[in-house]
Design a binder for this molecule. Sequence first.
Ligand code: NAD
Length: 361
Amino acid sequence: MECKIVTIPGDGIGPEIVREACKVLDKVGRVYGHTFSYKEILMGGCSIDAYGVPLTDEALAEAKAADAVLLGAVGGNVGNSRWYDVAPNLRPEAGLLAIRKGLGLFANMRPAYLYQELAQACPLKKEIIGDGFDMVIMRELTGGLYFGERHTEEVDGVLQAVDTLTYNEHEIRRIAIKAFDIAMKRRKKVTSVDKANVLDSSRLWRKVVEEVAKDYPEITLEHMLVDNCAMQLVMNPRQFDVILTENMFGDILSDEASMITGSIGMLSSASMNETKFGLYEPSHGSAPDIAGKDVANPIATILSAAMMLRYSFDLDKEASAIEAAVQKVLTEGYRTVDIMAEGCEQTGTARMGDLIAERIG
Ligand code: NAD
């Protein structure tokens, strides 16, 4: 298979971790007979330095023409960087919003997986963790409260602020289809999270999700209220496979879910549109405090590349090979500094990439 990938190394540790992900992809290509070609574009602070804007139209056009996009991270030291003395729409992170919008990425997927080897970093009790958890949060990314009409006004001398939460059935249907499709590649369970006891938008959400479920008879669907879900995530995270939810609930729940895995350097993510196209990136930022020191953990980016193989290219076997290689390296006791534990061997960014690549095939 031939796959055209646009890479966006970005700022801070971005170039270091994207390099390692490409190293691992190249190994997959050699072992399984695929060709991954890369076209690098600038986004974030590096694009501001080169062109005065965080994302040029040309760069966006390159991304649109690719089969998938692999992103490191963008942004600098917010309190102390020339990139932030400008209007918000010219700051590095504006590039992220522009590319998500430009590519129509409405579905955000964040896995929360607990590696037994890193269980000591999980803040939950051992009896709750059991033999670990493995879930994906599928969050709607372009609708709901964050995109609704809003205003602040004075009414009879009292300030009043209004935000509106709107969803139409098409927006709900397309994200529900994504969640059910992903569940078909996993343990075939979808937990749809809403606040249907209060919100009209949630009642419509529930109705549409149930309609979509009829096309997926193999999938077990359950509904859960968002307040209960926040509780269940820390009481019994093992019950979840795919959590499907709207924008704001997903924002909050996905942070909670990533927190209970305990290690930010391990968390991958994907944002997708209606086709197989996706933008894959680690959940963490550009970590300017450790940039250029060969200490950043590249695993979140490498696992994001595995998601790209599985969800954009349908290369499930190859994606599993990367995940197995990561598991093997951890079992053998290799750790970057952020996940270092007693008795383990500390490695830098590039060596971690080598170790993972060597364990493929
Ligand atoms: P951050 O995720 O970059 O860093 C938080 C802490 O985690 C830091 O101590 C950092 O050293 C550490 N860390 C993060 N990733 C790591 C890795 N792979 N290996 C080892 N340690 C790691 O968050 P922040 O400090 O709040 O933000 C820094 C910059 O990143 C800001 O400019 C912010 O806007 C930007 N940011 C970008 C994205 C993105 O590009 N998608 C996401 C979040 C933040």
